[in-house]
Design a protein around this ligand. Structure first.
Ligand code: SAM
Ligand code: ZN
Length: 671
């Protein structure tokens, strides 16, 4: 190879890759991101382009004859054509195979040069010579290493964060190791191990004849996921009762159980998919003391020809002055136009300043903070969003019109939480939130001190019940070999963690699209005054069946990548790889104060710890994720000194790059 200048140093069709990357972002099902959230995860096609471009020489595309300028421009045109076809999502297997060949050919030539011995692609494929080693030292959600594996490389993933680490295991290691059916291993979903003629067993190692075998990771996870869902539903389904349909004319069948999925719902009932709440404080006017809703906006549905919102109605009872118990009613109003509603659904509290609807006194933000800190901030139900089985669209019911038994009884639920904790040894997440002022956090000034306080009692019971069921599933499948059982359990742990994202008191109702939004609409935790609580067994975004589907589809996608990754948890500033070991470093460093990864991922850490943390004691026995070595420019870690935060961050990135340089083969490229 005369000229080893790489494609990424010369030319990549950035515009085409960017266009495809934004298309990839709209893939909602069967994508790496549907396994578990990781903030700022890179589009796979962009990662593929970077890995390919870092390993293939630009000269590969340059014709041998013609003038230099012409050869150069033809070379770029050829490269653009190939890279554009390679970087399609999900990707054409033939083009990917061709890209692998390009990478291995270039690598074989380099190995020949390095070792002085002839090395061929066949040698690499047969394992007689190493594949190119690609390191991502800030691997996060694992997008770059996954693409490196897809392109036939050996991928090394490093991240400091234990949540990222377990996501990486579930993306880069378990699906590749255990993705396919295996008749020699025990499982629940594969065919029974055969009997030899005469009835004697010929099961593989660890499998007795007649026992079911390993049906492949996605199927096994689905089996155990459904096991967990069934158990959880039996335990807490009663907390989400079906709602009598006010529009139903016929005779309503009595319900055996008041809950069920759409398929099981008898005529005359609706399935609750989300409960909408406002936070409240008591009016500061001593002669009023009514309940002041802090809701910012009450939009429910905003689409052509259908505008639905909640109107706030404040009436003191029978002309008397409002009392402590006075609270507004919310009424569902529907119109064909926005104007037709007759009020502005977005005109309520602003930045936590709310006007008492009874006496007009303003509960300003400082007062709201004080009330929150004193434990006097409360919630009031505004509406329930339902689906009508067999019909399209959502049905909105105001909470005040519902029988109280259709809404949660917090005291009773708290007793159930205590009983569950007593029975299982689980605890409500009482790990402290980061201190006020931490980058990205706005909730602590309102009195929220622990991670557990981000959930309503019903959400808490639901998540703890999930965590307990996941732990029971691990006991029930103890017949599996330990590593496979650990793999299956890990997806269940990520499942619980994902449920916490969709079912916290910081999730919102999105009126455009009429769907639930998850907690991390942004890479931060701002205060939410009007939140949406998921009805987990309904069919709105975030529901448990869809989440399980997403997990299994993602595993299926990862399983088609045959090589498995090597991942490690640690700091990029002190890497354990030996010097001159790696062929390319392709990485995406944390950027100054863009995302406070360690602090926000504690939101998930506490749930993973409770469901599968005991399987990873080396990563999940702390209070939270490690912070000291994290490369982030968070001024709150340096007494509010932004310049110092930037300097420390830059020092860590410089040190990480120095490490990358040490582990990289001499004279090679980092991108
Ligand atoms: C921009 S993100 C990487 C995202 C990744 N490319 C993806 O597609 O998901 C940066 C990552 O660096 C990690 N990180 C921060 N400081 C680190 C350190 N000192 N060593 C290793 N990883 C670190 C963070 O936990 C985060 O996952
Ligand atoms: Zn008042």
């Amino acid at each position: 190879m005369s000229d080893d200048r790489r494609l990424i140093e010369d030319y990549l069709p950035i515009e085409a890759i960017s266009a495809e990357a934004s298309r990839e972002k709209s893939v909602r099902k069967g994508h790496i991101s549907t396994l578990h959230l990781w903030w700022a995860r890179r589009p796979l096609v962009a990662c593929r382009a970077a890995v390919y471009g870092a390993l293939v020489p630009a000269s590969r595309f340059v014709p041998n004859s013609g003038g230099e300028a012409k050869r150069k421009s033809l070379g770029r045109a050829n490269a653009a054509k190939f890279v554009t076809s390679l970087c399609k999502y999900p990707g054409d297997p033939k083009v990917i195979a061709e890209a692998q060949r390009h990478i291995l050919e270039a690598h074989a030539e380099r190995l020949t040069r390095e070792t002085g011995q002839p090395v061929t692609v066949a040698d690499i494929e047969a394992g007689r010579a190493p594949r190119p080693k690609v390191l991502d030292m800030f691997a996060g959600g694992g997008a770059i290493p996954l693409e490196a594996l897809r392109l036939g490389c050996e991928a090394y993933a490093l991240d400091l964060n234990p949540v990222a680490h377990i996501i990486q295991l579930c993306t880069l290691v378990y699906p590749q190791k255990y993705g396919q059916p295996d008749p020699t291993a025990r499982g629940m979903t594969g065919p029974p191990a055969p009997l030899a003629p005469g009835g004697r067993g010929v099961g593989g190692e660890g499998v007795k004849p007649g026992e079911t075998t390993w049906g492949g990771l996605a199927k096994e996870v689905r089996y155990w996921g459904e096991w967990v869902l069934k158990k959880v539903k039996a335990e807490i389904g009663d907390l989400y009762p079906l709602i009598p349909d006010p529009a139903f004319q016929g005779k309503r069948e009595p319900l055996k159980d008041l809950f069920g999925t759409e398929e099981e719902v008898p005529p005359g009932y609706l399935v609750p998919v989300a409960y909408l709440w406002t936070r409240t404080v008591t009016c500061k006017n001593p002669t009023c003391k009514a309940v002041v809703p802090l809701v910012r906006q009450t939009w429910l549905c905003k689409k052509k020809d259908r505008y639905v919102a909640l109107k706030m109605v404040a009436k003191a009872s029978r002309g008397r002055k409002p009392t402590e118990s006075a609270r507004v009613r919310f009424e569902v109003v529907e119109a064909k136009t926005e104007k037709g509603l007759g009020f502005d659904p977005a005109g309520f509290s602003k930045a936590g300043n709310a006007t008492c609807p009874f006496c007009g006194t303003v509960a300003n933000n400082d007062y709201v903070k004080e009330e929150g800190k004193a434990g006097r901030m409360d919630t009031q139900p505004m509406a329930v969003v339902c689906t009508r089985p067999g019909a399209r669209g959502k049905v909105y019911l105001d909470a005040d019109g519902l029988d109280a038994k259709l809404l949660p009884d917090d005291d009773a639920i708290r007793h159930r939480i205590a009983a569950l904790c007593e029975r299982t040894g689980l605890t409500v997440p009482d790990e402290p939130m980061p201190k006020p002022g931490t980058l990205g956090f706005r909730v602590q000034p309102y009195g929220i001190k622990t991670w557990g306080e981000l959930f309503t009692p019903r959400q808490m019971l639901s998540l703890l019940t999930f965590a307990a069921a996941v732990r029971e599933a691990q006991k029930a499948n103890s017949g599996l070999d330990a590593e496979r059982a650990k793999a299956v359990a890990s997806y269940m742990g990520l499942f619980v963690s994902t449920m916490s994202d969709w079912n916290s008191a910081l999730a919102r109702w999105i009126c455009v699209g009429e769907k639930l939004g998850d907690t991390f609409g942004r890479q931060a935790l701002p205060m939410v005054w009007d939140f949406a609580e998921l009805g987990p067994f309904g069919n709105a975004s975030g529901n448990v069946s869809d989440r399980l589907d997403n997990t299994c589809t993602a595993i299926g996608l990862f399983s088609v990548v045959e090589l498995d990754g090597k991942e490690d948890r640690g700091s990029a500033t002190t890497q354990t790889w030996t010097a001159n070991e790696v062929d390319s470093v392709v990485t995406d460093p944390p950027y100054y104060d863009n995302v406070p990864y360690a602090d926000i991922s504690d939101f998930f850490y506490v749930w993973i710890k409770r469901s599968v943390g005991h399987l990873y004691p080396e990563h999940f026995s702390g209070q939270g994720t490690p912070k000291k070595q994290e490369a982030v420019a968070d001024a709150s870690r340096h007494g509010g000194d932004k310049r110092k935060a930037n300097t420390v961050y830059e020092g860590m990135i410089a040190q990480s790059l120095a490490e990358a340089n040490r582990v990289l083969k001499p004279g090679l490229l980092q991108s």
